[in-house]
Design a protein around this ligand. Structure first.
Ligand SMILES: O=C1C[C@@](O)(C(=O)O)C[C@@H](O)[C@@H]1O
Length: 166
């Protein structure tokens, strides 16, 4: 299995750094992704990043991560396969059956991340359609959560590789 990680950011996270800075901070998504790429390089991991404001586009990208995208065929089905997904679903956290179904459908382990502490905000943010299926959930660490998630995923992948050698 390749050491590839897919980082997905859902709706409105393209506005990180500008949107409600008292909650989400002032670091731009582009800077988070650049830092994440540097970190991935140092861990010998290939990192792919994807952000969309559109639920269906996120479903397509998750399917593609398993080689099953709507445009996949036998020749391309192995391309782009990833070993782990790190996802900040944004507001879809609290509403999206279809993104949950996509993640379960591809059977790729995933880490759920939130910049803010969703449990210290409006009560309806306490419920996630993802947390019961996630390998891990990170929230409230600010943008450092992305660094922690990549570090964790890298260790998780390493463990898998070691198991495979036994
Ligand atoms: O868009 C977001 C961002 C968020 O996922 C976070 O990163 O803290 C928390 C969600 O409740 C919210 O809708």
């Amino acid at each position: 299995m390749s050491r590839r990680i897919l980082l997905i950011n859902g709706p409105n996270l393209n506005l990180l750094g500008k949107r409600e800075p008292h909650i989400y901070g002032t670091t731009l998504l582009g800077d988070i992704e650049t830092q994440a790429q540097l970190q991935a390089n140092s861990l010998n991991i290939t990192l792919e990043t994807f952000q969309s404001n559109h639920e269906g586009a996120i479903v397509d990208r998750i399917q593609q991560a398993a080689g099953w995208g709507p445009n996949s065929n036998a020749a391309t089905s192995d391309m782009g396969k990833v070993s782990a997904i790190i996802i900040n679903p944004g507001g879809l956290t609290h509403s999206s059956v279809i993104v949950r179904d996509a993640l379960l459908g591809v059977d790729i382990p995933f880490v759920e991340i939130h910049v803010s502490n969703v449990h210290a905000r409006e009560p309806w943010r306490n419920h996630s359609y993802f947390s019961d299926k996630a390998v891990a959930v990170i929230c409230g660490l600010g943008v450092y959560g992305y660094t922690a998630a990549i570090e964790f995923a890298a260790r998780h992948l390493k463990l898998k590789g070691q198991e495979a050698k036994l």
